[in-house]
Design a protein around this ligand. Structure first.
Ligand SMILES: [Zn+2]
Length: 352
């Protein structure tokens, strides 16, 4: 997580053994990052949290789930990636044997059918990642923000918590306690690392909460219809990598909430590597309904190196002054890439 994990929560830097390699060795176009490995990362992070309740584990769980795992399945629910690259140039994948394992569109099936069932069992067990309960400390922890209901049994004390959320399209989340009986327990709510502010209210008043290891803890006697509310405050965040990650040197990526973003050539034209963006460039979020469904898109002002006629059949030139044109680059959530046919994709963008 500190030296060998991609920003998508993916792991496995090489196809050889689908294995880890050296520290900070994170190539974006030849890695493996199997969907199963991202599922493993989710389960590993969940186990670490159970041993040591700390947001540093659940931040990783969410990153892997919403990016590395979700990208494993097409939006039609019928096609699957085993390998999850952060950069794809289809022609190079077709002709370079070192990239032969990188599929440019999701196949229906592969001989080793591990990822599709691993994906489906993970999504169908989502409840265990949204909530955990600790009977010893009488704590119900809320890790993820998704509309859901959880029935809790604390040693024959039964109650229900209903979570209302339409994140990422709405920032408001509410948790309502339902039981004819009063119950004393600790409600522990994760404050994610991507939320700029996090103010928790109980029945409309500022909650008396203790903050520990990234969680707001409200210990009290709960009665029917008690309601906890908070607003998530995501921004479009710019990510840079550790200076030792050679593959990402001079590059940046964008994230909104837990979602890592990427550019595809179907939205931006070919040769994505010729785009450059400034961390300070004007950027905005646009909600759009398209053939990808309803998605938050990021639009950022960018420059693109012009491919002038002077190049013609030349591969190299002396003393060439670059000519750039202003463009608006459109980015989509990484999980939605590769759903509109074969095209280029990149998560990391050249920084100006
Ligand atoms: Zn697999």
């Amino acid at each position: 997580m500190k030296r060998k994990m991609y920003i998508t929560g993916g792991v496995g830097s090489t196809v050889s053994g689908e294995a880890f390699t050296g520290d900070y060795d994170l190539p974006n176009d030849t890695m493996y990052c199997e969907t199963c490995a991202a599922v493993g990362m989710v389960n590993f992070a969940a186990s670490m949290y159970r041993n040591d309740p700390d947001v540093k584990y659940t931040d990783v769980l969410e990153r892997a789930l919403y990016n590395g795992v979700l990208a494993g399945m097409a939006l039609d629910g019928k096609h699957f990636f085993y390998v999850n690259p952060l950069e794809v140039e289809p022609d190079s994948c077709h002709h370079n044997p070192g990239k032969g394992h990188v599929k440019t569109v999701r196949p229906e099936w592969l001989g080793c059918a591990c990822c599709p069932p691993n994906f489906t069992r993970t999504i169908s067990a989502l409840g265990r990642y949204i909530y955990t309960k600790n009977i010893q400390t009488k704590t119900l922890a809320v890790h993820l923000f998704a509309a859901s209901t959880v029935n809790v049994d604390f040693d024959h004390e039964f109650f229900q918590i209903e979570q209302k959320s339409h994140f990422p399209f709405s920032k408001k989340v509410s948790l309502t306690y339902r039981s004819q009986k009063k119950n004393s327990f600790n409600l522990s709510i994760r404050s994610p690392n991507w939320s700029q502010r996090f103010v928790v209210k109980l029945n409309g008043e500022l909650a008396d909460a203790e903050f520990a290891k990234g969680y707001f803890n409200i210990q009290r006697e709960w009665k029917d219809e008690d309601e906890v509310t908070f607003e998530l405050d995501p921004a479009i965040l710019t990510i840079t990598s550790h200076p030792k990650v050679q593959a990402d040197a001079g590059k940046m990526a964008l994230q909104y909430g837990p979602f890592v973003y990427c550019a595809e050539s179907i939205d931006n034209g070919s040769n994505l590597s010729q785009y450059s963006v400034s961390p300070y460039a004007s950027k905005k979020m646009v909600v759009k309904k398209s053939d990808l469904g309803e998605l938050n898109l990021i639009q950022i002002e960018a420059s693109k190196r012009k491919e002038s006629e002077a190049w013609q059949d030349k591969l190299y030139r002396f003393d060439h002054l670059e000519e750039e044109i202003k463009e608006t680059l459109t980015l989509i959530p990484y999980f939605a890439w590769g759903n509109r046919g074969e095209n280029e994709m990149t998560v990391w963008l050249k920084k100006k």
